[in-house]
Design a protein around this ligand. Sequence first.
Ligand code: PMT
Length: 454
Amino acid sequence: MEGCNNLHSLLLFFHFSLLVFTPVIFRVTQNILLNSIIMNYLSGKHVLLGVTGGIAAYKSAELIRQLREQGAGVRVVMTRGACEFITPLTLQALSGHPVHMELLDSGAEAAMGHIELARWADVMLVAPATADFMARLVQGRADDLLAAVCLACEAPLAVAPAMNRVMWESPATRDNVSVLQDRGVRIMGPAEGPQACGETGPGRLLEPDALVSALSGLFNSGALAGCRVLVTAGPTREAIDPVRYISNRSSGRMGFAVAGAAAEAGAQVTLVSGPVSLEAPAHVERINVETAQAMYDRVLELAAGIDIFISVAAVADYRPASVAEQKIKTSTDTITLELQRNPDILAAVAALPGGPFTVGFAAETEGLESHARGKLEAKGLDMIAANEVGSQLGFETEDNALQVFWRGGSVTLARTGKNRLARQLIATLAERFTISRKRDKVVNIMEPHAKDSA
Ligand code: PMT
């Protein structure tokens, strides 16, 4: 009987634990999953962190730690005031890079000057930002390194204010905040609560985890939410014999950046890549292939279920007509290779009945617009992104420039880092895709009427 009672209490305890702990475990798991989904948008991103002189500057240490934990690269610029509150050495140790402080430092300018820092950034965050710094930002001052970098930076700029509540609520600060917002600066916070000065109210720096998730949210535009996108990237390799092949200089950077930008825009992305030594961007499914024929096979297998196809790969147009079984001997002065045309992956996808919105790339050494428009028509594409290629252009480089063409329109995307350029391309593509979808809907609605009246 006693055993029975024990069993009964054990069961009751188990039942009670299940009732109490299941929702807790569920919430914790949900938070962990949510955090990893939201924050992973920072993986591989370059965050330039500006720290100004306020008591909350100590929080920048934890902020850097969390940003790096999410896979972001962090570089720090401190004002003189900030160095009174936290040492540059601490932030150097946490970021893994020397901290930048002086505008007129010939050594620093030679290594990574204010323009290089500005170009390096995918996003810039000033946290904490004092009332004085925001006023200087409004004026467009460039008399210290941080203000100069803010002025020279094309990447999105976010500002996390931290100050006494009366300073935050003063008309001057309110005006400055609204000018900054009108210029597209993201204001993150402040939070409300007890302040270092003993008062309570708005003006506290957002906590590092809130800043990290707000920052990561900047990379998730949602412009392609719910879309399935297929991207090709990199070169292909066409075997000559067991150890030699024909290929090209594509590093895969442009295609990987496009896949990453599409994922940031909320799309479900599959990347079919030739042989490159790059990590797949966050939230992107990667499939590795080697030859043009293998890329063709995988892409055509996947093409039926997708909404958008973006062909960034530098596919070899030809392959050796036959592959030698053994290593070819160097017995003659000259050798002739017979080449055979590879299938055109992009044209094949564009020709699929009811196929996806199809975007090509054009790598040109001359006549950029005429050749790109020629490919747009010949391959039956919806859009084409053309880049000049050659020495230090397009292939293998960290940055690139694109001219994007479609029937009846075009846009020029100026030279910048491939990641930022890819985001701009995806924004243009999302706009064209939405327009074409609306047009298709109108045609679908019109067609039954046409039949009715027949
Ligand atoms: O990888 P990176 O080092 O970052 O360099 C980026 C890049 C220069 C390779 C990239 O920006 C680029 O221009 N990619 C397209 C290269 C190319 O093959 O261009 P093309 O003009 O030869 O081909 C036109 C289009 O047809 C391309 O979309 C290509 O993917 C596609 N194509 C070509 C041949 C083939 N057999 N099948 C195809 O799908």
